[in-house]
Design a protein around this ligand. Sequence first.
Ligand SMILES: Cc1ncc(COP(=O)(O)O)c(C=O)c1O
Length: 400
Amino acid sequence: MNHQQWTLLLEDRVLPAAVIDLDAFDRNVERIRKLTLASGKRLRIASKSIRVPFLMKRALDLGGGAFQGLLTYSVRESVFLYQQGFRDLVIAYPTLQKADLVAALPILKTDTAALTFMVDSEAHLDFLSQFHTQEGLDHPLSVSIDLDVSYRPLGIHIGVQRSPIRTLSEFERLLEAIRKRTSLSLVGVMGYEAQIAGLADTNPFAPLLNPAKKLIKRLSVRDVAQKRENVAALLKKKGITITFFNGGGTGSLSSTLREDAITEATAGSGFLQSHLFDYYATNQNEAAEFVALRVSRAPDTHVLTCHGGGIIGSGEIGNDKSMIPVLPLGISLLSTEGCGEVQTPLRKKNNTILKPGQPVLFRPAKTGEPLERFREVHLFSDQKWLKSVPTYRGMNEEFQ
Ligand SMILES: Cc1ncc(COP(=O)(O)O)c(C=O)c1O
């Protein structure tokens, strides 16, 4: 849609607002579904990158047999999603907080297998086991080992710092510690290759680094595959069957889904495609998520200022973490102000038509985080407003 069409569609809306192009979202779902189907694997949806139950449900429905379950980011969020009807919830990050388990207790008593807890140390195992014993639960708690698959040439760590389970012997030790506990049952392994999935290799904000990133990715793809293969072989040798071996993210789907050891990949950001995900040579998804601000003043001949702004993506600090204005064409942020806290000035080219009162569409750097700022998202399809659906926040929830 062009800027004139958006101007009409957003005329009576309260801005700032989160806007979803549902047709683009559906096309992204279809693209990811095809990629998954072609690999014969499954796809798990990363809830943190969406945070709108309606959209997660839609992706799962449209994904059919290719999509299965959610990779969630907190226990309390998983309890909430269970209440909303979602099942097969793998909680990607471990907890050592008793209140989390207490919140999950009703599910653990009746449908234990619906939740899988991530573990990477004996401390996690002890914590879960103790709770299991205290509560006298009938069925073992499902756990998944978080395998670190960072790339470590000459001891330099390239990847995220999460799990300490790096070598096969460390994995085996934890595996045996789980097997010793009747309160726990190993159902999966997750090895997330952030140095591939989270490394933009065609990033226009730091172009000089792109060749080095491409090289790291190429070397790392082989290394990650070998690590996961070794773990799968160990499990096989011991006669242990797991229900999933999870890896990857939007930025690595094409390489993750190729691996024999993997049974499923994860994706979330690719459905909404924030601008950081444009900078991956392998990712063809379309922008489906926008933040609309309204121009409220015109301080200079070629400068217009919007009300609102300042939605910055997390991670290593840099200009690429800012929202970028995309419609109308021919506008840019001022380097002296960027996206402000409540005011965002924009410079426009001579031939760009933009007047006070009109909306400006921005694309956020990341997909899920901006939606914490809004109670609802407005869905547009076929150049019309379809409906507005609540975010977690709009359902009076907030998960960190
Ligand atoms: C464990 C894990 N898996 C997968 C992903 C990928 O999610 P996305 O597809 O939204 O990039 C992430 C993102 O940080 C993650 O932490």
